[in-house]
Write a protein that binds this ligand. Structure first.
Ligand code: NAD
Ligand code: IPM
Ligand code: MN
Length: 360
């Protein structure tokens, strides 16, 4: 198969981890007879520096012309980087939001799985980690607070900042259907996480998702308030199968879920629309604190490439091969700094990529 990809290396550790994912994809290509063609485009801080814009329309057009996008991460230190002196719509994150919206990537899948080999990297108490967990966070990605009206102005002499959280029935229904479809292929349970005791938008989510649930009688459906969900994630994460939620709750809970897998460097993600097109990226950020040191964990990006093979190209065998190779390196005891025990030997980012590629 010929797979045409737009590649966005981005900022910080982005170029380091994406290079390793490409190394692994090339090995898959060699072993299974596929060709991966890459066209690099700029997004984020590097694009601001080169063009003055966090994402140009030309770059969007290139992304749209491909089968999928492989992304590292964008952004810098939000306190110290000069990019954050620019108006909000010119900052790195505006590029990410633009590509999500332009490509209508409304369904963000963030699978959080505790590899048995990483039980000791999991910060939960032993008795909880021993049970393991395997959940899919289904985060709505093109609505809510991220895309509502936003402004700061003086109202009656008082400086006032406004962000609005908007959802339409249609936006809720399409992600709910994706969530239940995915639950049917997993353990058949959906937990809708919301704040229906306060927010109108959450009350609409409950109504629409319950309607969708009625079409999936085999799937157990429950609702949970987001504050409780944050607590349950550390108390008993094995209770979750598909966790369905709006944009910002999903952003926050997926970082929490990543940490209980051992590290944010382990959590992949797929952002999908109604077609086979997808954008695949680690759930974490550009990690400016460790960028340029070759110590980032590339596994989240490598597992995101596996998700791409599965969801965009239907190459299940090849995706399995990547996931098995990741499991093998963990079994063999290789660890990057973020998942190593104190005093344990560590491998660098590029070594981890090579170790995984060698096991394909
Ligand atoms: P971050 O996820 O970049 O980093 C949080 C912590 O996790 C840091 O200590 C970092 O070193 C560590 N970490 C992250 N990825 C790692 C990896 N692969 N291996 C080892 N350790 C890893 O979050 P932040 O510091 O809040 O944000 C930094 C920048 O990244 C900001 O500009 C933010 O907007 C941006 N960001 C971008 C994306 C994206 O591109 N999708 C996602 C999140 C944050
Ligand atoms: C993520 C990131 C982004 C988000 C930021 C960088 C805009 O945190 O992909 O999780 O909040 O969606
Ligand atoms: Mn995030």
């Amino acid at each position: 198969m010929i797979c045409n990809l737009a590649v966005i290396k981005g900022d910080g550790i982005g170029p380091e981890v994406v290079t390793e994912a490409m190394k692994v994809l090339d090995k898959v290509g060699e072993k299974f007879g596929h060709t991966f063609n890459y066209e690099q485009i700029l997004m984020g801080g590097c694009s601001i520096d080169a063009t003055g814009e966090p994402l140009t329309d030309e770059a969007v057009a290139i992304a749209k012309s491909k089968d999928a996008v492989l992304l590292g991460s964008i952004g810098g230190n939000t306190q110290t980087s000069p990019w954050y002196k620019l108006p909000p719509e010119k900052r790195p994150e505006a590029g990410l939001l633009k590509i999500r919206k332009e490509l209508e990537l409304f369904a963000n899948l963030r699978p959080a799985y505790l590899y048995p080999e990483l039980k000791e990297a999991c910060p939960l108490k032993e008795s909880v980690a021993a049970q393991g967990f395997d959940m899919m966070i289904m985060r709505e990605l093109t609505g809510g607070l991220y895309f509502g009206d936003r402004y700061t102005k003086e109202i009656d002499g008082v400086v006032t900042a406004v962000d609005t959280l908007t959802y339409t029935e249609k936006e809720i229904r399409r992600i709910a259907i994706k969530g239940f479809d995915i639950a049917m292929k997993r353990r058949k349970k959906v937990t809708l996480v919301d704040k229906a005791n306060v927010l109108d938008s959450s009350r609409l989510w409950r109504k629409i998702v319950a309607e969708v649930a009625a079409d999936y009688p085999e799937v157990e459906f429950e609702t949970m308030l987001v504050d409780n969900a944050a607590m349950q994630l550390v108390k008993n994460p094995s209770q979750f199968d598909v966790m369905l939620t709006e944009n910002m709750f999903g952003d926050i809970l997926s970082d929490e879920a990543s940490m209980i897998t051992g590290s944010i460097g382990m959590l992949p993600s797929a952002s999908l629309n109604e077609t086979k097109f997808g954008m695949y990226e680690p759930s974490g950020g550009s990690a400016p604190d460790i960028a340029g040191k070759n110590i980032a964990n590339p596994i989240a990006t490598i597992l995101s490439a596996a998700m791409m093979l599965r969801y965009t190209f239907d190459l299940d065998k090849e995706a399995d091969a990547i996931e098995t190779a990741v499991k093998k390196v963990l079994e063999e005891g290789y660890r990057t700094i973020d998942i190593a025990k104190p005093g344990e030997a560590q491998v660098k980012c590029d070594e981890m990529g090579s170790l995984i590629a060698d096991r394909i």
